[in-house]
Design a protein around this ligand. Structure first.
Ligand SMILES: C[S@@+](CC[C@H](N)C(=O)[O-])C[C@H]1O[C@@H](n2cnc3c(N)ncnc32)[C@H](O)[C@@H]1O
Length: 281
């Protein structure tokens, strides 16, 4: 048996152990990138092999948050890919303006930068008071960080540029306070945000959403899991609701694509097709 076959066996056992011991299902993640992250994690935790990592994960429950963080890459930025936020501000928000109440589901929110970016744009559009944002992630630890809204201050300049590129009307400094090497988002931006654990691989429909944002998450999934997540989004959207996937992801090869029509092609914003014709705009 060669080394790569052995590697596959170790990976299978690791994924099984994670599921059986902790209930987290990674069986449908794209194998090549999952394997890369498991190897990296094993190195960082100074395990000699994936089997060594599996053993520690089985016997040290406190290691789980670290393992999940290593496998899921909770990286984000304020106003990441500003063109997407500009499209939301200029094309989507005007169509939401007539709704008395707006639900937004942000799936895979990582450390929350996208949530605060959304809250700022909604505030500037005069829509925030009637909006509820549900920000979900499979990782408890990521959600804890997201609800704190504290980030390294070294990011501030880039985030400020992103905010302006997204069409920001004020200064990003108006929405945060800077302390020693840290930047804290104003907690009032959180007033209509609910953070909750939700796993796109195993959980069901989440809420009746007018907008769903899920960026840089589906790329980690196999086609089967992508289809599952997209079906959840389809079933969670109100009629003519918006699905925002961002420039790196698309639904073209999924059977679920039939349920959507493109709304903003470059930003991969789609609209739930059913009853679209009935909507007077
Ligand atoms: C790279 S971050 C993307 C963050 C943000 N959406 C952005 O684009 O900046 C991916 C996030 O997806 C989350 N994630 C991965 N698999 C998930 C799943 N099955 N269910 C829910 N969230 C998941 C990870 O925990 C991580 O926080």
């Amino acid at each position: 048996m060669d080394a790569s076959e052995l590697d596959c066996i170790e990976m299978d056992l690791f994924v099984q152990a994670l599921q059986k011991r902790h209930g987290h299902d990674f069986t449908q993640y794209a194998p090549a990138s999952l394997k890369r992250r498991v190897h990296l994690l094993a190195d960082q935790l100074e395990c000699r092999s994936i089997t060594g990592l599996t053993e520690r994960m089985l016997h040290e429950p406190a290691l789980l948050p670290r393992v999940l963080e290593g496998l899921t890459v909770p990286m984000s930025d304020m106003f990441r890919d500003p063109d997407m936020f500009r499209a939301l501000r200029e094309q989507v928000f005007p169509l939401l303006a007539s709704y008395p109440h707006i639900n937004i589901w942000q799936a895979g929110c990582a450390h929350g930068q996208e949530v605060y970016s959304l809250a700022i744009l909604l505030e500037e559009a005069g829509l925030y008071e009637r909006t509820q944002i549900f920000a979900t992630d499979l990782s408890d630890r990521a959600l804890q960080r997201a609800s704190e809204g504290i980030y390294p201050a070294q990011e501030a300049q880039q985030w400020s540029r992103n905010y302006q590129a997204a069409g920001g009307r004020r200064s990003l400094a108006d929405y945060c306070s800077a302390g020693y090497k840290l930047l804290k988002l104003n907690q009032r931006l959180r007033r209509n945000v609910t953070f909750a654990v939700h796993n796109l691989a195993t959980d069901g429909v989440f809420c009746e959403a007018h907008v769903i944002l899920c960026r840089n998450v589906l790329i980690y999934f196999s086609n089967t899991l992508q289809n599952r997540a997209l079906s959840l989004f389809r079933d969670s959207l109100v009629r003519a609701g918006f699905l925002c996937l961002g420039a790196r992801e698309n639904i073209d090869r999924s059977p679920v694509a039939r349920a959507f029509v493109p709304f903003s092609e470059p930003q991969r914003i789609y609209r739930l097709a059913s009853h679209l014709d009935d909507i007077a705009e």
